[in-house]
Write a protein that binds this ligand. Structure first.
Ligand code: ME8
Length: 504
């Protein structure tokens, strides 16, 4: 039997010092959309997320909460899992870096890279940003603060083990050259390549002052630097080296991350893999950052957005749609409820919801045969949508899907089915039902809940990408509720208008 193509996608594993916000939700929802898309295509898909639990930040947060690190992180992990459930995230595995298997596997990997001559003992002196868990040199600091986040840094002087990153400079540059899709999106690759060309310093990979970490296998008075511990999650979750999952899914097809952790993923990670003799991933895709109403989002500013509250207020699919529609993956964007409200009303209610409603309303008043000739199939280019999704252009794909939804609404207006009867009406209805059935498949990765609701009204089961072609309509229509509820700025005054456009 021919093996299915495979697709392995990961999110960063998130820190557990604090509860997740819309930035974390964004990466995870985007990865979920891509994983669902590949399942739709029929690819053997594995979607990994999880938590990065060790390090100074978690240790401190636990101390402040008066709990042991393990008790503390267990609590936050539950919050993450609850959030992913509420946001309909279809991950296949949730890795925790405190899992015994992860710890044991990382120890083995460290021994391997040591055996390869890539670890030596030295002395570290430099500056450490605890919130970012990142080392900086004096020169890199900006006004004495962390150049990444602007927060205080702490002077560290201690014995440490180092990884010979410098040894991999040429190999990395050759790797980027041979694999032009690895550094994605393209416009971010120059920055990484230039920095690597400037020269690579060996990196400190152990700490003596942190207890909450994986004991360094070569010297138990040290613990492993949290980033080196964390990056390995992408292979330990697959049960490297002998696991069936590792054999099936490695190398990762996409590590989806935020742009601020690109260096770790695009430089340190492949170098560690080279050293361990493991194939490098195919793509690291660094997406942009959200601001909130124009300001940087940070807990200390009190302006982080809780995705669950937004989903409860506007519906989960409105949130998923707005996040993916507002900012093309890769670019920066601003999250504002106002924009979400406009998208909900103008795109989800008036375009998608309205199309479904018009279609099932016609069907409810029609008792003839639903059959005809495909007329509405010409505006739909599945190949092009598929290509956009393969390039991780979720934004472009949504644009095409919604252009088709508008074309279908225009078809209703042009055909004026309210003036038609009999076979002519059956033909228009046939075209609309097939269009809506296909639209439901195409939106299912983005808005899985709405797709299910549409299928229920059409009386069809969930489809695959291969089903996105006009054929005989085989459903049984039952008119149901509106798909989305219009957002009213002043609900009391305009409650009459709360339903979508019913014009038929
Ligand atoms: O960095 N806009 O974890 P973390 C967009 N544990 N995305 C955002 C965002 C924003 N404003 N804020 C956060 C870590 N993110 C490490 C990763 S991986 C081996 C270790 C998202 O909890 C984005 O994906 O700080 C970013 O990379 C990630 O959350 C950082 O999560």
């Amino acid at each position: 039997m021919r093996k299915l193509p495979k697709f392995y996608i990961t999110t960063p594993i998130y820190y557990v010092n604090d509860k997740p916000h819309i930035g974390h939700a964004y990466t995870t929802i985007a990865a979920d959309v891509l994983a669902r898309w590949h399942r739709l295509k029929g690819d053997d898909t594995f979607f990994l997320t999880g938590t990065d639990e060790h390090g100074e930040k978690a240790e401190l947060a636990a101390k402040n909460a008066g709990q042991s690190p393990k008790e503390f992180v267990d609590g936050i992990v539950e919050q993450y899992k609850r959030m992913w459930k509420a946001l309909d995230i279809s991950y296949d595995y949730f890795i925790r870096t405190s899992d015994q298997l992860h710890e044991n596997t990382v120890s083995k990997l460290i021994e391997r890279i040591y055996a390869n001559g890539d670890i030596y003992k030295g002395f570290y002196e430099g500056w450490y940003c605890i919130p970012d868990e990142t080392f900086w040199t004096e020169l890199q600091l900006k006004d004495g603060k962390c150049p990444e986040c602007g927060r205080e840094v702490k002077l560290l002087k201690e014995e440490s083990y180092f990884f010979r990153l410098s040894k991999y400079q040429d190999r990395l540059l050759k790797f980027y050259d041979d694999n032009p899709d690895f550094l994605s999106p393209r416009f971010r690759s120059k920055e990484i390549i230039n920095r690597v060309k400037e020269g690579l310093k060996d990196v400190s990979i152990t700490r003596t002052t942190i207890k909450w970490g994986i004991p360094f296998p070569l010297d138990k008075s040290h613990t492993l630097y949290v980033w080196v511990d964390a990056l390995w999650n992408y292979v330990t979750a697959l049960e490297w080296p002998d696991g069936e999952k590792f054999r099936t899914f490695w190398p990762a097809d996409v590590h989806l991350i935020g742009k601020e952790i690109n260096w770790f993923h695009s430089v340190i990670w492949p170098a560690l893999l080279f050293s361990a003799g493991i194939e490098a991933p195919r793509k690291v895709f660094a997406h942009g950052w959200w601001t909130h109403d124009g300001k940087q989002m940070r807990k200390s500013f009190g302006n982080t957005v809780d995705p669950i509250a937004i989903a409860e207020k506007y519906s989960l699919d409105a949130l998923r749609y707005a996040l993916l529609k507002e900012m093309p993956l890769g670019e920066d964007g601003d999250f504002s409820e106002k924009t979400l409200q406009v998208r909900l009303n103008n795109e989800l209610v008036s375009e998608l919801g309205n199309l479904l409603n018009r279609t099932v309303t016609i069907a409810a008043g029609f008792d003839g045969k639903i059959e005809g000739t495909p007329e509405l199939d010409s505006g739909l280019d599945i190949g092009s949508i598929s290509e956009l999704m393969d390039r991780l252009d979720t934004h472009g794909a949504l644009d095409e899907i919604f252009a088709y939804i508008r074309a279908a609404n225009k078809y209703v207006n042009d055909k004026a089915p309210w003036k038609l009867k009999g076979a002519e009406l059956g033909n228009v209805l046939y075209n609309l039902l097939e269009a809506v059935r296909i639209i439901s498949i195409l939106i299912s990765p983005f808005m899985p809940g709405s797709s299910k609701k549409i299928n229920l009204q059409l009386g069809v089961g969930p489809g695959k990408l291969a089903d996105c072609a006009f054929r005989e309509f085989s459903g049984k229509v039952t008119k149901g509720d509106y798909l989305f509820k219009k957002y009213e700025t002043h609900p009391a005054e305009s409650s009459k208008e709360s339903a979508p456009d019913r014009s038929l």
